[in-house]
Design a protein around this ligand. Structure first.
Ligand SMILES: [Zn+2]
Length: 177
């Protein structure tokens, strides 16, 4: 595989089309799915919330670039790292480590992409609430995902994967912060 090959994720079109046209609506967290998830712990299953930690939340991305795509976001609705406190930053980095640990136990990726997008022009779908993407990778996955495209397949596998990750969380007492 060359670096020029990108993951092909056609189910993301629903997400891209659903993006708010009005960035100011997201400012106070009213239009922010992370803040909505934070406010509704009773809906954690439906919202694919994996972990709630003192300063962050970890959720499975409903519109994943690849199987097991996790998002790590601080509890506070802040747009970038300059607004983050040291203890928030430290916990975010530890959660990258713990996410990789859990995903490795669950689905044995060959590698990971970990990254952040700042503002729409850089691809941030949720520019008001900073978050880290943890994307598992497998050799040949650019071909694999093209075969496995389909919203139904993805959402069913998300529910199954959440179950598996929670089981691993319990067995291994994750996340260790
Ligand atoms: Zn938010």
């Amino acid at each position: 595989m060359t670096e020029r090959e990108n993951l092909w994720a056609p189910w993301r079109i629903g997400y891209v089309q659903g993006l708010s046209k009005d960035p100011s609506a997201a400012k106070e967290g009213n239009d922010c799915f992370i803040c909505r998830n934070l406010r509704t712990p009773q809906d954690d299953d439906e919202n694919l919330v994996l972990w709630r930690t003192p300063r962050n939340i970890v959720v499975l991305n409903r519109f994943p670039y690849n199987n097991g795509h996790l998002l790590i976001a601080p509890v506070r609705h802040i747009p970038d790292l300059s607004n983050a406190a040291d203890d928030e930053l430290l916990e975010m980095i530890k959660l990258i480590r713990e996410s990789q640990k859990a995903l490795t136990l669950a689905i044995k990726p060959h590698g990971f992409n970990v990254g952040m997008n700042f503002s729409r022009c850089a691809g941030a779908g949720l520019p008001g609430h900073v978050h880290i993407h943890v994307v598992p990778r497998w050799e040949g996955d650019t071909n694999f995902m093209a075969v496995c495209s389909g919203i139904d397949v993805i959402s069913q596998s998300l529910t199954e994967l959440l179950k598996l990750l929670r089981q691993i969380t319990a067995e291994h007492q994750l996340p260790k912060l």
